[in-house]
Write a protein that binds this ligand. Structure first.
Ligand SMILES: Nc1ncnc2c1ncn2[C@@H]1O[C@H](COP(=O)(O)OP(=O)(O)OP(=O)(O)O)[C@@H](O)[C@H]1O
Length: 282
């Protein structure tokens, strides 16, 4: 959909400028397909020795370095209060580091634990909200919302109001609303934690399908080890506060996953490794 991409490029510019700290100029002599770790990606997330101490002295995050490239889905797990939400807020630009740097390139989508919908608006008008705030014209807004509504399985519910929806459906609306801006970076703060297990697993599969199409750089906070392994290309394990990354586990499955994977021996092995790392540092 070229019309969407063109508009996104225009909107990205100020966002990128606000967050970017990297020099994106090409390095002479390096073949374009070689992307060593240190080279900034066109879009994505990069923390360099980022730390956060809140006013009042709470050290929430100690020196943290990692990167998430477009097409990677990375989960963060760690004990309660270890700084996971802090880390997402830093990535979103809602809060600033005390030292180090955070570089985020691309439109940012941010999904909170609570779907945060406007109860008086229909699903359709909730999904259109961000595009509306961006000043996108009505016809384009409608097209963006229709696409996001179809992608999140909300077709047929356009005229419902949030109170008439289940928790899972509300979360779909929240995701659809963020999708209208076609984020290159997508942050999720434990979005499915309040859902029953069946709804949660269904939403996991839907999110995988969205990721397969959009290929954003995904950063997903969860308390569920199984959810982290099922969704991710990589899992980062954090220590107790002040949080730091103590383990990084590659998830060795391709991204065409189905619920049966959860019963696979290889899946259990990765989940046990995450669990052991968590227990060792909690
Ligand atoms: N605005 C703030 N001002 C002061 N302290 C804060 C602020 N926000 C968070 N904290 C503290 O920073 C620490 C990390 O909080 P954060 O919410 O990032 O942890 P978390 O890992 O997301 O927690 P949980 O798993 O329980 O959701 C906690 O001790 C919290 O009380």
């Amino acid at each position: 959909m070229p019309v969407i991409d063109t508009q996104r490029e225009e909107r990205i510019a100020p966002t990128s400028a606000a967050h970017a700290s990297a020099d994106h100029s090409a390095q002479p002599g390096r073949p374009p397909h070689v992307q060593p770790f240190e080279e900034p990606t066109a879009e994505g997330i990069r923390f360099r020795k980022a730390a956060k101490t809140y006013r009042g002295g709470t050290e929430a995050l100690s020196s943290t370095s990692f990167a998430v490239a477009p097409g990677e889905f990375v989960s963060l797990v760690g004990p309660s209060g270890c700084g996971k939400s802090t880390l997402l807020r830093l990535a979103s630009g809602l809060d600033t580091v005390s030292s180090g740097s955070v570089e985020v390139n691309g439109e940012v989508g941010y999904i909170f634990q609570d779907a945060s919908l406007l109860p008086w608006r229909t699903v359709q008008r909730n999904v259109e909200l961000l595009a509306e705030l961006e000043g996108i014209d009505r016809a384009t807004r409608r097209a963006l919302a229709a696409d996001a509504i179809a992608l999140t399985g909300l077709a047929g519910f356009e005229q419902h109001r949030p109170l008439a929806l289940s928790g899972g459906m509300r979360m779909r609306v929240s995701i659809a609303r963020a999708l209208t801006l076609r984020p290159g970076v997508f942050l999720f703060d434990e979005p499915f934690g309040a859902l029953d297990e069946i709804s949660r697993e269904r939403l996991n599969d839907e999110l995988l399908a969205i990721f397969a199409r959009e290929r954003f750089a995904g950063l997903f906070v969860t308390h569920s080890i199984a959810e982290a392994v099922y969704l991710s290309t990589r899992v980062l394990v954090m220590s107790a506060r002040p949080g730091r990354i103590v383990a990084e586990l590659e998830v060795p499955f391709d991204h065409d996953r189905s619920p049966a994977l959860r019963f696979d021996a290889a899946f259990s092995r990765v989940a046990s490794e995450v669990s052991e790392a968590l227990r060792a540092h909690s």
